[in-house]
Design a protein around this ligand. Structure first.
Ligand code: ADP
Ligand code: ZN
Length: 437
């Protein structure tokens, strides 16, 4: 039997009852800290008629008000700060995928605990101090680079701080320095795989064994593609700037959901329409309460990510609750002709029909009717300039999509390499309807 590896075994395998007890103790303290130090949040609590004395444990969590991205934008930049600035050592910022960026602050302790979470993810993916860890997430304000960088140091890996981009150089270093672990967004991993092929480098010539990919939604189909093109096992990692960054949850060798670091983050699933807390196993919006964060300690923060939680025992021995891959944010969901469409559904169909995940969804409106088009790149083997063949391929793909989505897109097959590749988070949707509103 393979020896099980953990970064912080006692915490990662702690009995569930003990985790809950620990969470209760931390919650009581954290609510006091926030109430005393963040006037913005104190006002929200006062308005809801709840005081720190009402919170005696995690069973009282539901009494607290929610916090949303709109609150963060309103309180920008210092309105939710819970520690004096002189005790803060770092600022990071969201990617601004869905609007104005928000900033988050960290004390040294906050950075330290965040890096522990990333170290847990690296070890779960098989990382040890013998590994060479290539960090190809963007460095800078984005949390991907610095989070995995710090985690890699903690594990003791030889850390290659590549940042994203310069793909041929990434591959050159991968070969010369024998990188064994790659950390980047899944769309960038797919692009690296594609570039390898073009350079005529077989994955067998690399020493890579694992990848830690996150920061954007990706499907199981895409996982298999990446695993094949890079010759690795691909692990998912999840997080958001508001709760530190990547490492809020991560996959273990079972690759069946991500363990949430429950000693630091208390998770709930709510109905996104009503705010009602849903029982375990229900699909809904993920809400986090940060139990240890000092400088930017959000309580009941609505992530808008849609997923399911499960406490089913895991073969890896970790006891922390697992979240399913988020299928996309509630605000990624497109409503087209009255039907809910997630980009991830389109991605699944594309890959199972033999296309690469290079696509863009374009939605528009003319005469009060939604226009729904999907531009899909042909790969070099599929490429043809015979119009009738292209039309027939487009029709087949549109029919396959209709089966899954319930509505018919217009599929446009485009030439290889004509859709721009992503080095960070891919932009999958162009919704021109918003421009008309
Ligand atoms: P922004 O919200 O501007 O994109 P962040 O860089 O903080 O800023 O991104 C956090 C968001 O990225 C999450 O709320 C989630 O929607 C998405 N995300 C992060 N990791 C994953 C993952 N593994 N799978 C799906 N989505 C993810
Ligand atoms: Zn596990």
């Amino acid at each position: 039997m393979v020896e099980k590896r953990y970064y912080q075994k006692e915490i990662e395998t702690m009995p569930v009852e003990d985790i809950k007890k620990l969470q209760s103790e931390k919650l009581v303290k954290q609510v006091k800290h926030v109430y005393e130090n963040v006037p913005y949040y104190r006002d929200l609590m006062d308005k809801k008629g709840v005081s720190p004395d009402d919170i005696k444990g995690i069973e009282d969590l539901h009494k607290l008000p929610f916090l949303t991205k709109a609150d963060l934008r309103e309180a920008y930049p210092y309105g939710l700060l819970a520690k004096p600035l002189e005790e803060c050592v770092r600022i990071q910022s969201t990617s601004g995928t869905t609007g104005k960026r928000v900033v988050a602050f960290y004390t040294q302790k906050d950075v330290d605990l965040w890096e522990d979470c990333c170290a847990r993810a690296i070890v779960a993916a098989g990382g040890t101090k013998e590994d060479v860890c290539q960090v190809a997430y963007g460095y800078g304000l984005f949390t991907g680079g610095s989070g995995l960088h710090g985690g890699s140091h903690k594990v003791g890996c030889l850390t290659l701080p590549m940042s994203s981009g310069f793909t041929e150089r990434q591959i050159q270093f991968m070969q010369d320095l024998g990188s064994t672990i790659l950390c980047c967004t899944p769309s960038y991993a797919a692009y690296i795989g594609e570039t390898l092929k073009e350079m005529g480098v077989s994955p067998d010539e690399l020493s890579l064994k694992a990848g830690i990919f996150g920061a954007e939604p990706w499907t199981e189909e895409m996982r298999r593609e990446i695993e094949k093109s890079l010759g690795i096992k691909a692990y998912d990692i999840y997080g958001l700037t508001e709760t530190s960054g990547p490492g809020v949850s991560f996959e273990c060798e079972e690759q069946s959901g991500m363990h949430i670091n429950e000693d630091h983050f208390l998770a709930e699933i709510i109905d996104p329409e009503t705010g009602e807390v849903l029982p375990e196993g229900s699909k809904g919006e993920l809400v986090f309460t940060a139990l240890d964060k000092e400088a930017f300690p959000l309580l009941r923060y609505r992530t808008r990510d849609i997923c399911v939680l499960s406490r089913k025992p895991c073969s890896c021995g970790r006891t922390h609750i697992k979240m399913s891959k988020p299928m996309g944010r509630s605000d990624d969901m497109l409503i087209i002709r009255g039907v809910n469409v997630f980009p991830s559904q389109i991605e699944s169909v594309l890959i199972s029909e033999g296309y690469q995940p290079n696509y863009q969804i374009v939605v528009d409106r003319a005469n009060n009717v939604d226009i729904f088009e999907v531009n899909v790149e042909m790969n070099a083997d599929q490429f043809t300039d015979i119009v009738s063949e292209i039309t027939s391929m487009e029709k087949t793909l549109a029919e396959a999509m209709k089966k899954v989505l319930g509505i018919n897109p217009k599929v446009n097959l485009v030439a290889p390499k004509s859709i721009v590749r992503s080095e960070g988070k891919a932009v999958r949707v162009i919704d021109k309807r918003k421009l008309h509103d």
